[in-house]
Design a protein around this ligand. Structure first.
Ligand SMILES: [Zn+2]
Length: 319
């Protein structure tokens, strides 16, 4: 009966904040919402809120080819390398473009998640947030789309399963868009469970019919807000997570469901992200020895992005 209290005692050390200046060098052109200023806005707000001093700042290494290959076939990695421009931009799809700094940023982004897995699994930090771009959850094993090139979180999950021999890992995705790439990579993998919410019908126009029984996708209508999302967390996510008993929790943390973010049409606010994070931390404490790794996905209105990430990290670092 005191399991929750007991596990809480084990959490020591500072929450890691993993990022790299190379992540600012990916630039899809003036006016593109997935812009370098997103990371600056997050950092500024963390500093203004005096949260940053309580974090352990860590520079992300580059992902290795071997770590990438667990998710993306070499032919895809080579295709992206061939597309990378020396000057200007190269458009992969109408939304997604490569600049000369894109692959370096993408390698740091995926490397941040892999390093975060190592730090958390080795008990060097209680949990971690990866402040990275480009984001990853739309990237399929062989397809870049929706501002994403490598599926950062999936590469981290694969590393946790292979290198740290974890047998059950859960992914939570609260971005306003469906994490189609993560679903494509892990559907029907019994070691992985994914729970999510997303606005539907909306980009990428799938997810309403899950690809496997390990995918608990919950589409929500435009206009849904904190009340609807909290109901899903209580009625779908938490029962599924209690049943699965993951050994580590990964969060695809997208903040474009904020009511001030006009990328989507949902009505979440900082208090909702805080509430969700608190419940996820309780699951991590119950089953995962506190192991939780949160990875930035979307969030495009700079002010609400900074405030929402700050609310999220405040809970991660305070417990
Ligand atoms: Zn999104």
């Amino acid at each position: 009966m005191f399991t929750w209290l007991k596990t809480r005692w084990h959490r020591t050390g500072l929450t890691a904040y993993i990022s790299h200046p190379d992540c600012l060098q990916h630039n899809m052109g003036t006016g593109h919402p997935e812009c370098p200023e997103r990371l600056t806005a997050i950092r500024d707000q963390l500093m203004a809120s005096q949260i940053f001093d309580g974090l352990q700042e860590i520079e992300a290494p580059e992902v290795t080819d071997q770590q990438l290959a667990r998710v993306h076939p070499p032919s895809y990695v080579e295709y992206l390398e061939a597309c990378a421009p020396h000057v200007g931009t190269y458009r992969i799809d109408p939304d997604t473009a490569m600049s000369p700094g894109t692959l370096k940023a993408a390698r740091r982004a995926a490397g941040a998640v892999v390093h975060g897995v190592d730090l958390v699994c080795e008990g060097k930090v209680p949990n971690a947030f990866c402040a990275i771009r480009p984001p990853g959850h739309h990237a399929e094993s062989g397809k870049a789309m929706g501002f994403c090139f490598y599926n950062n979180l999936a590469i981290g999950v694969a590393h946790a399963l292979t290198e740290h021999k974890l047998e059950r890992v859960a992914i939570v995705d609260f971005d306003v868009h469906h994490g189609n790439g993560t679903e494509e990579i892990f559907h029907d993998d019994p070691r992985v469970m994914m729970v999510s919410i997303f606005q539907h019908p909306f980009y990428p126009y799938c997810g309403d019919k899950p690809l496997g029984t390990n995918m608990r996708n919950v589409p929500l209508r435009a206009g849904s807000g904190g009340r609807e999302v909290r109901e899903v967390v209580e009625n779908v996510w938490l029962p599924a997570l209690h049943e699965f008993q993951p050994q580590m929790l990964f969060v695809s943390a997208g903040f474009d469901g904020h009511r001030e973010d006009d990328m989507g049409s949902m009505g979440l606010v900082e208090a909702d992200y805080e509430w969700i994070t608190r419940h996820l931390l309780q699951i991590a404490d119950l089953y995962c020895h506190g192991r939780l790794l949160s990875v930035l996905e979307g969030g495009y209105e700079l002010s609400s992005l900074g405030r929402s990430v700050t609310a999220h990290i405040r809970v991660l670092s305070d417990g």
